[in-house]
Design a protein around this ligand. Structure first.
Ligand SMILES: Nc1nc2c(c(=O)[nH]1)N[C@H]1C(S)=C(S)[C@@H](COP(=O)(O)OP(=O)(O)OC[C@H]3O[C@@H](n4cnc5c(=O)[nH]c(N)nc54)[C@H](O)[C@@H]3O)O[C@H]1N2
Ligand SMILES: Nc1nc2c(c(=O)[nH]1)N[C@H]1C(S)=C(S)[C@@H](COP(=O)(O)OP(=O)(O)OC[C@H]3O[C@@H](n4cnc5c(=O)[nH]c(N)nc54)[C@H](O)[C@@H]3O)O[C@H]1N2
Ligand SMILES: [Mo]
Length: 775
């Protein structure tokens, strides 16, 4: 598709007619206009399939049109009529495909046959399923140690597929489970248990109906969880205050027109979303949170002096928490001018946000990647928990902490055992259910797996979904390391970068997608997923499979397990796969929270996996909810260098992680191009640059290695000083592998210190001519 390259201010609200138009275009591009529209009617319905897009929950009473623009694009992308066949692979060498851009790769269509890399011809050629499984088994069994292999999961796999996958890997003998969570909400999984005893959010969808105030830190709902917009819109319409903190004035945080509302559509009206949208500096959120807590403590002091009702929820703090004194001392000690400098916001602005928070009986604190993907992301998450605890905003209706998860089943994958750090219950559960003792030694997460590859210690990489090679940081080192592996295996639906950055042996194993009918020995099967609010429900596709040669993810995992473990396996793989009810029965034995699993998922809407914190039961070391102190106001890697900017990386409106639906980003006014960098007028002037100039972006690195991306176009944009922004994954080569949060080990994708230099005229033309086909 050729899109006109343009930078033009977009002044419409988010949603509205342009969202409907975009859905129509997405269906048309994928050639699925009629069948796709029918498919969409079954999305997020009690008897239909779960949207393969984001993890936002479904309402209890869905309207017949329960989908959003980006959910519709995700479905169109899956239900496409385009196919990536053996004939296609015969026509293109892998080296040639490696020069294609990411959009063009996925536009080839759905993968139809299992394929193996043939070094002699530098092509992928067809292979039988059994031979593919045997190849994996051979290479795995040839390892000196099971830990020489890494087993990645991207969060789309069903509970059933993910459970079998971890079971296979543990019986094989490893806990090496790098997982997309490690690049995403790991700061939540690690940070919240220390604060409140559970690594998940504490709110349900209905809480949004009762909140008086909603705070959104570093999350872009209009693009990444658009179904959330209808909850925010209703909240705003009934007078709840919404306050957002984001370096970008994201359009959907400002105003939204609901395609479900005939009047708003007919009158071209819209609803204001945020009462206040504060443009915080990249990485400035901890300063904001400390400032808000400082204002609250000061207001509480004043209340005591005036003999007025306390601002802090003293009863809750006394009865349920630990560590208040240290927290109060810390926020008192933080100086306002330092808070202002670090956050880029005035004391008045922060105090205003704090006042809204103090006036709300019930408040919800929402956050996304703008909080987690920093070098101290875990501690930042804990400051959000502190703010909630100060006023008892956990474990009561209309209030709570709401991390917005990414992939549609990333939370479920975790719940059913995808973790490199198995706890005693998980190990005991597997022993109980299957009679073998899985390894207890902690395995590799994403960063550790990459480090092992870079050191040359890893040999095999397998991926249940995803596009690992593109999602990871520091491509020059990490992709080269992947190329040195003995075997790479990808269970995938579409051709992507990871198939082209491959090991000596390489397999592409094409699987059914969520929209498709999955028939096993005992008949058609449903899978189950868990959304971001811990609701578990069934999902069954209705479309014919994209090719008769596809297998389900669950069956592929079982096939690999059988070929690798052979007769000595304690698991009856074929028996389990014949009926997914049996897999769910096994999940229930391993994880007692799934009691009556098969019964409960047959109730429309499914069931809620309760979280102890929601009941004000605190599964922490102190047996209470903990206030945790953050030393300082947050890292500022760009600070010491007057020339540096803090680069954040984010998603456009037209991408799903590494999948590009187009090269445009409507709300931010960027059309037909992604090789752009957003900078504010003052930072441009300081560098004698102007809009449309071409620049090279250099990472300010600690290790002496040059990381640079050249010839990006400058887009003048409203941003705080000291920051700039660009699209993920194009700028991933700039993120150093060493730059991660030590606690959650999440790469700091949102705070890369960079220096920006005008591209030298000669190299600009040279690069421009060659840049079209590169990711
Ligand atoms: N359509 C669509 N839906 C998706 C995805 C997708 O790519 N496309 N991805 C899925 C996945 S896996 C995930 S994890 C989620 C991601 O969803 P989000 O968490 O919304 O992800 P991002 O777009 O990376 O960044 C979110 C926001 O953080 C802001 N930001 C950047 N740096 C900072 C900062 O330092 N502080 C603050 N306060 N804000 C900052 C950015 O401007 C952006 O608005 O969405 C999921 N849903
Ligand atoms: N710079 C920067 N880097 C980032 C981020 C960032 O904000 N900035 N975000 C990080 C985050 S939050 C995440 S979650 C990761 C995402 O990393 P991944 O989850 O690894 O990446 P995706 O782009 O979601 O994977 C897309 C591929 O998944 C496959 N796929 C799609 N549907 C299915 C399915 O149903 N089954 C199977 N088996 N395969 C399927 C297709 O082949 C498709 O090409 O990236 C991380 N990387
Ligand atoms: Mo994510």
């Amino acid at each position: 598709m050729s899109e006109k390259k343009e930078i033009r201010i977009y002044s419409n609200p988010a949603g509205g007619w342009d969202a409907l138009k975009a859905v129509g275009e997405a269906l048309e591009i994928q050639g699925v206009a009629v069948s796709g529209a029918q498919t969409l009617l079954h999305m997020n319905q009690p008897q239909g399939f779960d949207c393969p897009g984001c993890g936002w929950p479904d309402p209890k009473h869905p309207s017949p049109f329960e989908f959003c623009e980006n959910g519709a694009k995700a479905v169109a992308w899956e239900a496409t009529t385009l196919r990536c066949t053996p004939e296609f692979f015969a026509q293109h060498t892998v080296s040639e495909l490696a020069s294609w851009n990411d959009y063009d790769l996925e536009m080839v269509g759905r993968l139809t046959h299992p394929m193996v890399y043939e070094a002699g011809s530098d092509r992928y050629v067809p292979i039988d399923w059994d031979d593919a499984f045997a190849l994996v088994g051979d290479r795995l069994n040839a390892l000196d140690h099971p830990d020489q292999a890494n087993f990645y999961t991207s969060g789309r796999a069903s509970n059933e597929a993910a459970f079998l996958y971890q079971l296979f890997v543990r019986e094989f003998g490893s806990n090496n489970f790098p997982d997309c969570s490690n690049m995403c909400h790991e700061a939540t999984s690690v940070g919240l248990p220390q604060s409140i005893g559970v690594g998940k959010g504490t709110v349900l969808l209905e809480d949004f109906e009762h909140a008086d105030a909603i705070f959104i830190f570093g999350q872009n709902p209009g693009t990444n969880s658009p179904r959330m917009m209808s909850d925010l819109r209703s909240a705003s319409r009934r007078g709840a205050k919404i306050v957002s903190f984001n370096p970008f004035r994201e359009r959907a945080l400002e105003r939204f027109a609901s395609p479900q509302d005939p009047i708003e559509m007919a009158t071209l009206g819209s609803t204001n979303i945020s009462s206040f949208l504060y443009q915080v500096r990249v990485g400035g959120d901890v300063a904001v949170l400390k400032g808000m807590m400082k204002a609250i403590v000061e207001a509480d002091d004043a209340a005591i002096a005036a003999d007025a009702p306390r601002v802090l929820d003293i009863e809750f703090i006394k009865g349920h928490t630990h560590g208040i004194d240290a927290l109060v001392a810390d926020v008192r000690a933080a100086a306002w001018d330092a808070i202002e400098g670090r956050s880029g916001l005035t004391r008045d602005a922060i105090t205003n946000a704090a006042n809204i928070y103090m006036r709300a009986d019930n408040a919800i604190l929402v956050y996304g990647m703008g909080i987690t993907q920093h070098r101290r992301g875990t501690e930042a998450v804990q400051q959000i928990a502190n703010l909630a605890l100060l006023r008892g905003n956990v474990g009561r209706p209309g209030a709570g902490i709401c991390p917005v998860r990414g992939h549609s089943n990333v939370q479920g994958n975790r719940t059913v055992g995808i973790t490199e750090k198995p706890n005693a219950q998980l190990i005991a559960g597997i022993e109980r259910a299957f009679g073998f003792t899985p390894p207890a030694k902690h395995g590799n997460d994403v960063v550790a797996a990459l480090e092992a590859m870079v050191r040359g210690e890893a040999k095999v990489f397998m991926a249940l979904g995803g596009n690992f090679a593109a999602a990871i940081p520091d491509w020059a080192r990490t992709q080269d390391a992947i190329r040195m592996l003995d075997l790479t295996v990808h269970i995938s639906t579409k051709l992507n970068r990871s198939h082209l950055v491959h090991g000596q042996h390489a397999l592409i194993l094409p699987c059914l997608a969520r929209t498709e009918i999955d028939v096993q020995a005992d008949g058609p099967q449903s899978i189950t997923v868990e959304d971001a609010m811990s609701m578990v429900h069934a999902s069954a596709g209705r479309n014919e499979p994209a090719s008769p040669h596809l297998m389900s993810e669950t069956a592929i995992v079982a096939g690999i397990a059988r070929a690798t473990l052979g007769a000595k396996s304690r698991v009856s793989w074929e028996h389990l796969v014949a009926s997914y009810d049996r897999i769910r029965d096994a999940i229930e034995v391993v994880f007692p929270i799934f009691q009556a699993y098969n019964t409960r998922i047959r109730v429309p809407g499914g069931f809620h996996l309760s979280s102890a914190a929601r009941e004000r039961v605190w599964d922490t070391s102190t047996g209470r909810a903990n206030f945790l102190v953050f030393d300082g106001l947050g890292e500022d890697p760009a600070r010491d260098d007057p020339d540096a900017l803090s680069l954040t990386t984010m998603r456009s409106h037209d991408q799903y992680n590494t999948t590009l639906y187009s090269h445009s980003d409507r709300y931010r006014g960027v059309f037909g191009q992604r090789d752009v960098i957003f900078m504010n007028p003052r930072e441009l002037k300081n560098r004698k640059l102007q809009a449309d100039d071409r620049v090279d972006i250099f990472t300010i690195a600690d290790d002496g290695i040059e990381r640079v991306i050249r010839n990006f176009k400058v887009v003048e944009y409203s941003l705080p000083d000291g920051c700039c922004g660009a699209y993920y994954p194009e700028v991933n080569p700039l993120v150093p592998l060493y730059a991660f949060d030590p606690q959650s080990r999440t790469p700091s994708y949102k705070s890369v210190p960079v220096r920006i230099v005008a591209t030298a005229a000669s190299s600009a033309t040279e690069l421009q001519s060659g840049s079209e086909n590169h990711a």
